[in-house]
Design a protein around this ligand. Sequence first.
Ligand code: ZN
Length: 202
Amino acid sequence: MTGSEFTPEHLAVVMYPHPVLRHPAKTIKRVDADLKRFASRMVELMYEHRGVGLAAPQVNLPLQMFVWDPTGNRDSGQAMVLLNPTISRPRSSDEAEEGCLSLPGLYANVIRAKTIHLNAYDITGREINADFSGFEARVLQHEIDHLHGMLFIDRLSPQNMREHENALQTFSTDFHSRQRLGSIPPEPELREHIRHWEQRYT
Ligand code: ZN
């Protein structure tokens, strides 16, 4: 399901090594009712998958948008949709375990800045400027990496990476066999889908 036939009901978390995960997301220049519906569905999906963050490329939308709730609790009232985020003023560093909804079951230690400054916009266009530290700073850095086509596995030490090579190979084999069987569209169709969504919002 690609292009304009792709509605919020079609949103699903895509798995590594889906090419959209490596495609740098474009700056969003307009927000419409459809984009708001996609964002709401992303929040639901994040909770369904028991995540604390979900970036638009992870649901096959090549846009600078992510949703997050550091509590992971759907009753927290803390879910936020952020657009066009940038991080600045990284300070000190911290190592902790991370996972990713696009690499289920894979966990590894990642070094991140301990505190950061975030600039972003909410879905109504209101500008947000705030400092974050610890777990919240980590989640934000992980999600913003997604918007640049980066995954947490790119930040592993070579030794740590070797440890996970077999698991990554399994994800690859699975992805390509699904593509051969037709449940994942072929490359040209995936590229056309990206082009369609970029033209619509960027
Ligand atoms: Zn992730």
